[in-house]
Design a binder for this molecule. Structure first.
Ligand SMILES: [Zn+2]
Length: 662
């Protein structure tokens, strides 16, 4: 292992980097308040908010690390450098988007893009973000700096050659990589490793270097068979590059959320690190999103600052420690500040911060890693060997008792969580071994039913299971054949738009009821209460299941029906396609089943209106209406009793969803 300071010793003869006799790595930092001016047009709340970079900068200052680093001014990207990876049209659009002439078109342009907002400062911020990453990369390649961190926004890795998406306008890291390779051959950078540890797949970066063997792109991300943002097959492990670039694109697609340090480090040790050794990069660019951090409201993973510091430390072994970090996502302000600090301390060569990880990766993690190795071993001989059985037997069974994924989870809660996790594993293991046989016989299938409307209030949801009528309802429910209560309840947020519409309903009277747009949109977060209920049970008692009975009641259909609305084949279909509109429920309002991913190995399903109904809401053919008080109160009680919000916050959340145009 290279000791801290060794590389700075060989780069420069002067003593600038030496502090108190101890040689110190020269770490560059870029931060510019100007990039905070990029914001939502009306200042509405949004996860990709200006405070993200402010809190990181404040944390670094408070910890006293900024004065140990080389602080650089930001730098504006040049059009010709942006055009190395973007089309001319795209560069022109982003340049002009914040001009006065575009004032009236800006919102319309943003609404036509996937998960993008724009204001009068977006152009400048986008140019500064890309230019600053280029600047740090250039200085590290030249040897003026040992490594650096560009604390920039908007992020970049979703931006494609001709399209802004997923909060990203220019692909900052891709611009920097292309600049070094194509504009600065004098710097001798011939091979670049791009590591993308953001919880989302770096679709833009992947496409830009798809056929380029000079760039090895590695992305580890939640994928869940293509249901996680940005949905589709691009993030699959079969996407290995093409032509001369074949084998130089590596995706590690998680099958589930809740991945933590152990899972990420397993991907490092058994995929990334062996390949990096073979590739031997001249420099590493790190798409450093911190939305896989514990407590992130979009990511749902559990990487701790300690985990990030170990991952970074392992990368420092390559390219003589020449690493350029560029901020991508990360939406829990506390988590991104702490994770960033841990990383800068590693860049400085400080001892990695103290900590510990969960004992073992998830079972699904080993499955994914084995599949990736098998797919890529033709290009990377170090991946040929099968992983020892002893190693992959060390696994964490998917927890069956879930810990609420509260937004406030941070590193401070880690120990508590780890404690719970370890207890859980033991219990879970015992249950598993004792019950394997009867589980197999029954072929029981559970699903998570994700509710975002009145069903978030448990007493109201139980009416669908046990029958009856909750406060505010004008009509009683018949309930489900299987009256057993949900096995578990957990809360999560999903990037879908919540809205309220219709004039009146039988159950609630006059006023709108809740819908969620079946299409993903990262600009919105919908809080959902997940109930673990049954989808399928023994064939000889085919009526004994709950999800269909909820579907029947939501669509005002008869529970006594002799065929299910939604069977195992439909489940398969919805898991592959993301959503499925049920013909038998086409007269109902909630006949569109949407798969939101998986929790553990269990699929998360919600029911909402069809996309064509959304179009009718947009056109005004079906009215958008705020909910009546009794209905709104049910949602508020659900959110408050579920520990999601205070009453005031819950009210604001509903008001906001009810007042914004679609
Ligand atoms: Zn992300």
């Amino acid at each position: 292992m290279a000791m801290a300071g060794e590389s700075s010793g060989k780069n420069c003869g002067d003593c600038d980097g030496k502090i108190a006799g101890k040689s110190q790595r020269k770490v560059g930092l870029v931060y510019d308040e100007t990039m905070c001016k990029h914001d939502t047009p009306d200042g509405e709340d949004h996860p990709e908010c200006p405070d993200r970079i402010r809190v990181i900068w404040e944390k670094l200052q408070l910890a006293g690390v900024t004065q140990r680093c080389v602080v650089l001014g930001s730098s504006k990207a040049q059009d010709k450098h942006l055009q190395l990876v973007h089309t001319k049209d795209h560069v022109n659009l982003v340049r002009s988007i914040s001009t006065k002439q575009k004032d009236y078109q800006r919102n319309r342009i943003a609404s036509q893009l996937n998960s993008i907002y724009l204001n009068g400062s977006s152009s400048e911020a986008a140019y500064l973000a890309a230019g600053s990453v280029v600047e740090v990369a250039e200085k590290v390649a030249e040897g003026e700096l040992d490594c650096g961190y560009a604390i920039v926004r908007p992020p970049g890795h979703h931006a494609e050659a001709d399209e802004a998406m997923g909060f990203c306008l220019f692909n900052n890291v891709a611009v920097a990589a292309s600049y070094l390779l194509n504009e600065r051959p004098d710097l001798g950078v011939k091979k670049i490793l791009i590591v993308d540890w953001d919880v989302h797949h770096g679709n833009g970066t992947q496409k830009m270097f798809w056929k380029d063997p000079r760039v090895l792109f590695f992305s580890v991300h939640r994928h869940e068979y293509g249901s996680f943002y940005p949905a589709g097959d691009d993030g699959d492990y079969n996407m290995v590059g093409e032509g001369p670039g074949e084998g130089f694109n590596i995706n590690v697609p998680w099958e589930q959320g809740r991945c933590g340090d152990a899972d990420y480090l397993a991907a490092w040790d058994h995929v990334l690190i062996p390949v990096a050794k073979e590739f031997s990069p001249d420099i590493i660019l790190l798409s450093a999103g911190f939305d896989a951090a514990i407590g992130d409201p979009l990511g749902g993973c559990r990487v701790t600052p300690y985990g990030y510091s170990i991952m970074l430390k392992k990368l420092m072994e390559f390219a003589r420690g020449k690493i350029v970090m560029a901020l991508e996502g990360g939406y829990n302000l506390d988590s991104i500040a702490k994770s960033s600090l841990a990383c800068v301390q590693v860049l400085l060569g400080d001892k990695p911060i103290q900590g510990s990880s969960e004992a073992y990766p998830f079972e699904s993690t080993w499955r994914v890693i084995q599949a990736v190795r098998k797919r890529l071993c033709a290009y990377w001989p170090s991946l040929v060997d099968e992983l020892p059985r002893k190693l992959i037997n060390q696994k964490t069974p998917t927890p069956s008792i879930l810990i609420s994924s509260s937004d406030s989870e941070t590193e401070d809660d880690t120990h508590r969580l780890l404690d719970q996790m370890s207890k859980l594993n033991i219990e879970n293991h015992q249950v598993d071994t004792a019950s394997t046989s009867w589980r197999a016989e029954l072929a029981k299938v559970d699903i998570w039913y994700a509710s975002y409307g009145s069903n978030m209030w448990k007493p109201r949801f139980l009416c669908y299971i046990q029958g009856g009528q909750a406060e505010g309802m004008k009509k009683a429910c018949v309930g489900s054949m299987d009256k057993s209560p949900p096995k578990e309840i957990v809360w999560e947020t999903f990037p879908h738009r919540l809205f309220f519409g219709r004039e009146s309903t039988v159950t609630w009277g006059v006023g709108g009821v809740a819908f969620t747009n079946p299409l993903t949109n990262l600009n919105y977060l919908t809080h959902m209460c997940l109930y673990r209920i049954t989808l399928s049970v023994p064939l000889f008692i085919s009526v004994l299941e709950q999800f269909n009975d909820v579907l029947f009641q939501e669509n005002v259909l008869n529970v006594d029906s002799d065929s299910p609305l939604f069977d195992l084949a439909a489940l398969q279909l919805v898991e592959n396609k993301g959503s499925l509109s049920l013909e038998a429920a086409s007269d109902g309002w909630y006949g569109n089943v949407v798969c939101l991913g998986k929790e553990g190995d269990v699929p998360i399903l919600t029911m909402t209106c069809t996309r064509s109904a959304v179009e009718k809401f947009i056109s005004g053919e079906i009215p958008l209406r705020p909910p009546a008080k009794a209905y709104a109160n049910t949602l508020i009680r659900g959110l408050v009793e579920g520990g999601r919000f205070s009453e005031k916050e819950a009210e604001a959340y509903i008001d906001n969803a009810a007042s914004k145009p679609l």
